[in-house]
Design a protein around this ligand. Sequence first.
Ligand code: SF4
Length: 284
Amino acid sequence: MPRQYKYLYGPVPSRRLGRSLGIDIVPLKVCTLDCVYCQLGRSSEKTTRRREYVPIDAVIEELAEKISNGLDADFITIAGSGEPTLNSGLGKLLKAASDITDIPLTVLTNGTLFYREDVRADCAQADVVMPSLDAGDEPTFRKINRPHRDISIEKLVSGLCALREEFAGRIWLEVFLVDGMNTDTGQIAEIKGLIRICYCNIYNLAHLTITSNCPGIRHNIRQLLLGVVNDKITNNGVRPQGNKRVSIGISFPAIGQKDRPYRMLRMRHAAAASAQGYSGSNNN
Ligand code: SF4
């Protein structure tokens, strides 16, 4: 019988990553944010404290076994049930993974801890970092992302700028548009302005994905794309170089498709809970 892994899930099909093996290194909904659109429910622990939430040596042992058994995946993605950069063993995991496999490594993160040098140093071993930016001002950031009190939009943006300066891999930015919360013209302009600040040179912003669960806001998306892409690539004469192409993804995934990795996570947590003899959810 195949082994049930505690920290690995998949590979699962991902719209951006193809077949992606997920690695979950924080407990369910331990996060710096509590986003209104989070598919895993309310955050059980909103924190900025870094520690080894799950034992990294055990994660590495599972990954090494999975790879030695023949792993067919396009990416290995460190993500999962909360904010992965909260785990202080992230750098050790990425280093170990890059020693045992050539499969590209991705960190799927909300980006809120990149103002910290240790978090940026940990992520240096990744091939791709996928942060989020859903708001252009503090009140909207608080409304959509409901951050820990120590996190602000200013810290988030300063961290993204520092990452841009230091990170040698690719940065794939995701903007999640929530109908009625960050979709009016003023909001779009604010988000666009911050993307310009973070990625004024666009030399390692390789992909911008704009996601929404509401197909009715295509006009705003068009505005956002025109503002970011045309101004910076065409009007200002900044051109993609070599494989550092900037590509734009607009995603309106069918709910079933988008929800699939989360469904797997929820099922895994439910199985673990029932094995431990309780059935409650961590959600508030
Ligand atoms: S950052 Fe991700 S895990 Fe955390 S609350 Fe937002 S959507 Fe959920």
